[in-house]
Design a protein around this ligand. Structure first.
Ligand SMILES: CC(C)(COP(=O)(O)OP(=O)(O)OC[C@H]1O[C@@H](n2cnc3c(N)ncnc32)[C@H](O)[C@@H]1OP(=O)(O)O)[C@@H](O)C(=O)NCCC(=O)NCCS
Length: 333
């Protein structure tokens, strides 16, 4: 048997509460026109009080498990990507293992922010190809709203991010004749670690967290938007071309590119650089904002539901984000 990985099921979850640009206008000095022009975002979802990252992940996971025709007994391993864990430690993987009532299966956490889902997919694919596991649950979930400063001071990031979760059930398949994950390219450059980051709490200091750190704004999201933008529009197309090249493919061959939903202007720049028509690059950022590690599985799930991608299609997932990290996966769905 030639062990390969196929996507058996997808699921996603978005919190009920919709936050429009107009609502943000009432909280800070911003405008619907500014947000739409610079980012393409019209609205995003925020969790209710008490609704955690793990709660959202569990909803998305249940939908993916049902879509795959699995039961929770089929899950042999959990991979959880998030930048917004419920606890500083342990990670959300074990919380999801418990929330879903799984057996004492392994649970691993991925901390690669916007690129977390693609990194997680590459790890899952490796485990399945090696024969370590036959069935893995991969989740990206983000509860970012509590970290956003919904004030004029925090407006540069507050308007970008939203909450949500997406999940994928991955299982072993025999050979490459049917749908299968083909390969991945993963990159990082920590020189830019602080260009998009939350500095504290962190064990670089003793103690980890002080009132001064909070007062000095070190627990806030810091983003050098221009630097992120500049790198994103070159690294995104480069890593897509790398993974396509590995498999003798060209951009034209791809049925759908599902990029991390960072910003419509970034997605548009990537599309133009790859000379692709609009219908070949998926976008739902207008409705959900940037949901970091959750954005790709939410987008994939919606693309399937909307009939934008079907079994047998060649799909490329790609991401760029904090780290900086960037990565792409190519798969036959
Ligand atoms: C964040 C981003 C939209 C800002 O757009 P920009 O064209 O670079 O805008 P600037 O940062 O130059 O700011 C322009 C002005 O708008 C202001 N501004 C910032 N946020 C604002 C907001 N929400 N509403 C209104 N004005 C805002 C700035 O204060 C600045 O004002 P000034 O000229 O008086 O100083 C853009 O840099 C970007 O998309 N970067 C990538 C971010 C991203 O995708 N991050 C996630 C990666 S995974």
């Amino acid at each position: 048997m030639t062990r390969r990985t196929r996507i058996a099921g997808l699921g996603h979850y978005l919190p009920e509460r919709l936050v429009t640009n107009q609502e943000l206008e009432g909280l800070m000095d911003t405008s619907d026109a500014w947000i739409q022009e610079r980012t393409g975002i019209k609205e995003r979802h925020f969790t209710a009080d008490g609704e955690t990252c793990t709660d959202m992940a569990a909803q998305a996971a249940k939908a993916a498990i049902a879509d795959a025709g699995w039961t929770t007994d089929d899950v042999q391993f959990v991979i959880f990507a998030t930048l917004a864990p419920d606890l500083f430690f342990p990670g959300n993987g074990v919380l999801l293992q418990h929330a879903l009532g799984l057996g004492e299966v392994g649970a691993m956490d991925i901390r690669n922010q916007c690129t977390g889902f693609v990194y997680g997919l590459s790890a899952a694919d490796g485990y399945i190809r090696m024969g370590t596991f036959d069935r893995i649950l991969l989740v990206g979930s983000e509860r970012q709203s509590p970290a956003l400063r919904l004030t004029t001071e925090g407006r540069d990031t507050a308007v970008l991010f939203g909450d949500g979760a997406g999940a994928m059930c991955l299982e072993v398949t025999d050979g490459e004749a049917n749908g299968h994950v083909m390969g991945h390219r993963l990159h990082s450059n920590g020189k830019y670690a602080r260009e998009l980051s939350v500095q504290k709490p962190g064990a670089a200091n003793r103690p980890w967290l002080t009132k001064e750190m909070i007062d000095d704004g070190l627990t806030n999201i810091v983003m050098n938007g221009r630097e992120v933008f500049r790198h994103a529009i070159t690294k995104f197309p480069a890593v897509i071309l790398e993974v396509l090249g590995d498999h003798g493919c060209k951009p034209d061959d791809v049925d759908l590119i599902i990029p991390h939903q960072a910003n419509q202007r970034i997605t548009e720049a990537v599309r133009q650089r790859l000379r692709l028509p609009e219908e070949k690059v998926y976008s739902n950022i207008a409705r959900h904002g940037n949901t970091t590690a959750a954005s790709i599985p939410i987008a994939f799930c919606e693309a399937v539901q909307e009939g934008r991608v079907k079994r047998g299609d060649l799909v490329c997932l790609a991401s760029f984000g904090s780290g900086f990290t960037w990565a792409a996966s190519l798969l036959r769905f």
